[in-house]
Design a protein around this ligand. Structure first.
Ligand code: SF4
Length: 181
């Protein structure tokens, strides 16, 4: 476990945003690709997101634009944080999720991480984030387990976790989502 000062030194940056996205979660939504990932999975398709100094500065103005998109496009009911790894920059992710959920409480929040849930579930810095999540897709991309038939994930070790039920029952409960939309 890293101390908070490590996370305080990670810049707030992002790699991209997809509006009207249908690939990174169920239904229509907006996906924010956070910059920085420490996992370095073999054959990762987002190598450009690894550096904490790449991408673009994430500002208050961009956050307001995301909120504005959701308020004006009520068919978009999902906000996905992907990367990079949003949990590698927990202070930024915490700030974004809280602000978006407060402004748009109807949204479903999805988050992709390369960490395995059981390895981080008791870390205080993540305990502030988990209650905001509806779905957590966890685990690194493992190239030898690559399976293009899987919905919403790249390799079969990755799980689609129902976070509300998991927190209620205090053990991992996965979802069986075979249809993308
Ligand atoms: S967790 Fe995702 S972004 Fe990070 S190295 Fe693995 S596949 Fe790439």
């Amino acid at each position: 476990m890293k101390d908070t000062s490590f996370y305080e030194n990670i810049p707030y940056r992002y790699a991209g945003i997809i509006k009207d996205d249908v690939n990174n979660g169920k239904g229509i939504g907006l996906t924010l690709f956070v910059q920085y990932c420490p996992h370095r999975c073999r054959n990762c398709q987002n190598v450009h997101t690894w550096s904490m100094y790449g991408g673009f500065i994430f500002t208050e103005e961009i956050l307001e634009k995301i909120i504005d998109y959701f308020k004006k496009h009520r068919y978009a009911k999902r906000f996905t944080l992907s990367g990079g790894d949003p949990l590698a920059n927990p202070l930024m992710t915490n700030w974004i999720i809280k602000r978006v959920k407060k402004a748009c409480p109807w949204l479903h929040i999805w988050l992709y991480t390369g960490y395995v849930y059981e390895d981080i579930q008791n870390e205080k810095i993540y305990k502030n984030i988990f209650p905001y999540l509806d779905v957590l897709i966890d685990g690194p991309y493992e190239d030898e387990l690559r399976d293009i038939t899987l919905a919403f994930r790249g390799s079969s070790n990755q799980r689609i976790i129902d976070m509300k039920k998991t927190l209620e029952e205090n053990h991992v409960i996965t979802m069986n989502l075979e249809e993308k939309v």
